[in-house]
Design a protein around this ligand. Structure first.
Ligand code: NDP
Length: 449
C-alpha cells in the first residue's frame, strides 16, 4: 500500500468517526482527499498546519426551525440549515436547496464542494450551502411565500453582502429568491446585494438564470477541443429538466449538438432526432412555469417517448450530462454508457456520479468533468452579480456571457495544468488540486485560526 493510500485511510477513518452517518459528506471529502493526498504529503508545511483537518471542519453550522401556515391554516414546522464552511477566499457563497431529501450531510457535502468550486472561478468567494427539508412541490405560491418569509426571520441574522450571500439550487428559483429578498429588505430596512439570482428589475444579473447550464456546455466544449473533438453533431443525454438541464440543452442546441433526453424524478423523455427549440420552450413552460411533469412533453409532441420510472443512461450517446441531483449515475449506468461508446461525461449537477462509476470512467479513459469545475458557471455569474450590485451598475447580456466564457475557459486551463497525466487529463484530480491549493495557501497565511 502506498504512503498516500495509508494516510488517506487513516484520515477517512477519523473523519467518519467525527461525522457519523454523513455518507454524502464522506463521499465528497474522500474524492478531494484522494486527489490531493500525494501532493499534500510532499508539502510538509500544509501537513504541519493540519490544513486537511481544518478544511474539512465547517466554520459553523446554523440549524433552526421554520414554522409556517398552510392555506387552510394548519401549522407546519421544517428544519433549515446554513453551513458556512470556509471563508478564506471571500464572503461565504453558495445556494439554498428546498427538497425533502435535504439533511445536514447533504448540505455539508455541497458546502465542502463549493469551497473548491468557488476557488476555481478565481473570484473572491468562500464556500457555503444551506436549505431546508421543506418540499415546495404541490404548495401554493402563498404557502411558499410564507415559508420563505419565516425562514428569513432567522437567516437574516447570519448573512450580509460582505458576510454570506446565498443563491438558488434545487427547489429554489427566482420565485423563492424574490420572496426571501423581499423579507430581508423588510427586516433590515435597506437594499443590499445579499442574495444572487434576483430578478432583472431589482439587481439581478443578465445570464444568471442560464449560467450553470451554459457554463457546463462551454466547459464541455473546451474539454472536447483539448482532445481534438468538438460538440457539433454530438449526441447528448441530459438528465433533469430544471434550471441547469434546460439551459444546458439550450446552449447545446445552439452549438449544433443533438439533445436526446431530459428527465425528472418520475422518468425520462427520449427524442430520437434530438429536442427542437419549440419542444424546449414547451419544457420551460411545463417545468419552470407550471411546475408540471416531463411526461407532458410526450403528450404534446409526436416522436417523444416517455419512459416512466427510468433514468436516461441506457440511451446510446456521445456525451452524458447529468444535471439533476447527487448519485444519479451509478456503476451499472456507467457500464452501459461505456458499452454504448460514450466519450465524455460532463456534470451539471453536484456529485451526480457515484465513486464506483467515476472509477470506471478513469479505467476506461472517459473524459470526466466534475461538477465543481463544469457547473461553476452559476456561481461565477452570481459573483458577477455581486460585483454589479456593489458598483451599482448592470452589464449587458453580451458582456456577462463573454466574462462567463472566459472564466469557464480559465477553469478548464487550471484543470488541465494540474490534472495532466500521461498525455490525458484527469479532470477530477486537476479540479481538486487547483481548487484546494489556493485555499490551503490562504489558510496557511492566516496562521492558526
Ligand atoms: P431544479 O430544482 O431547477 O431542477 C432539478 C431537476 O432535477 C428536476 O428536473 C428534478 O425533477 C430533478 N431531480 C431533483 N431531485 C431528484 C432526484 N432525487 N431524483 C431524480 N431527479 C431529481 O434544480 P437545478 O437545476 O437548479 O439543480 C440541479 C443540479 O445542479 C443540483 O445538483 C444542483 O446542486 C446543481 N447546481 C445548480 C446550480 C444552479 O445555479 N441552479 C449551480 C450549480 C449546481 P422533479 O421536477 O421531478 O423534482
Amino acid at each position: 500500500m502506498s504512503a498516500a493510500q495509508k494516510e488517506l485511510d487513516h484520515f477517512m477513518k477519523g473523519l467518519k468517526k467525527r461525522n457519523p452517518h454523513e455518507k454524502e459528506f464522506h463521499q465528497a471529502v474522500e474524492e478531494v482527499v484522494t486527489s490531493v493526498m500525494p501532493w499534500y504529503l510532499d508539502q510538509q508545511k500544509y501537513h504541519k498546519a493540519q490544513i486537511l483537518e481544518r478544511i474539512t471542519e465547517p466554520d459553523r453550522i446554523v440549524i433552526f426551525r421554520v414554522s409556517w401556515q398552510t392555506d387552510t391554516g394548519e401549522i407546519r414546522a421544517n428544519r433549515a440549515w446554513r453551513v458556512q464552511f470556509n471563508h478564506s477566499l471571500g464572503p461565504y457563497k453558495g445556494g439554498l436547496r428546498f427538497h425533502p431529501s435535504v439533511t445536514q450531510s447533504v448540505l455539508k457535502f455541497l458546502g465542502f464542494e463549493q469551497i473548491f468550486k468557488n476557488s476555481l472561478t478565481g473570484l473572491p468567494m468562500g464556500g457555503a450551502k444551506g436549505g431546508s427539508n421543506f418540499n415546495p412541490k404541490g404548495k401554493s405560491d402563498d404557502e411558499v411565500m410564507r415559508f420563505c418569509q419565516s425562514m428569513m426571520i432567522e437567516l437574516h441574522r447570519h448573512i450580509g453582502e460582505d458576510v454570506d450571500v446565498p443563491a438558488g439550487d434545487i427547489g429554489v428559483g427566482s420565485r423563492e429568491i424574490s420572496y426571501l429578498f423581499g423579507q430581508y429588505m423588510r427586516l433590515e430596512n435597506r437594499w443590499s446585494g445579499v442574495l444572487t439570482g434576483k430578478g432583472l428589475s431589482f439587481g439581478g444579473s443578465a445570464v444568471r438564470t442560464e449560467a450553470t447550464g451554459y457554463g457546463c456546455v462551454y466547459f464541455c466544449e473546451n474539454m472536447l477541443h483539448q482532445h481534438d473533438e468538438g460538440l457539433e453533431g454530438k449526441s447528448i443525454a441530459i438528465s433533469g429538466s430544471g434550471n441547469v438541464a434546460i439551459y444546458a440543452a439550450e446552449k447545446a442546441l445552439e452549438k449544433s449538438a443533438k439533445v436526446l433526453t431530459l428527465s425528472d424524478s418520475s422518468g425520462f423523455v427520449y427524442i430520437k432526432d434530438g429536442v427542437t427549440s419549440e419542444q424546449l420552450e414547451s419544457v420551460k413552460e411545463i417545468k419552470l412555469n407550471q411546475r408540471g411533469r416531463i411526461s407532458e412533453l410526450a403528450e404534446k409532441f409526436q416522436g417523444v417517448e416517455y419512459h416512466e420510472g427510468a433514468r436516461p443512461w441506457g440511451v446510446k450517446c456521445d456525451v452524458a450530462m447529468p444535471c439533476a441531483t447527487q448519485n444519479e449515475l451509478e456503476e451499472k449506468d456507467a457500464k452501459t454508457l461505456i458499452q454504448n461508446g460514450v466519450i465524455a461525461v460532463c456534470e451539471g449537477a453536484n456529485m451526480p456520479t457515484t465513486a464506483a462509476a467515476a472509477e470506471l470512467y478513469r479505467e476506461n479513459q472517459i473524459l470526466h468533468a466534475p461538477g465543481k469545475a463544469s457547473n461553476a458557471g452559476g456561481v461565477t455569474v452570481s459573483g458577477l452579480e455581486q460585483s454589479q450590485n456593489s458598483m451599482r451598475i448592470s452589464w449587458s447580456r453580451e458582456e456577462v456571457d463573454e466574462r462567463l466564457q472566459k472564466v469557464m475557459k480559465e477553469i478548464h486551463r487550471r484543470c488541465v495544468e494540474k490534472g495532466k497525466q500521461n498525455g490525458r487529463v484527469n479532470y477530477i484530480d486537476g479540479a481538486n488540486i487547483a481548487g484546494f491549493q489556493k485555499v490551503a495557501e490562504a489558510m496557511l497565511a492566516y496562521g492558526v485560526f
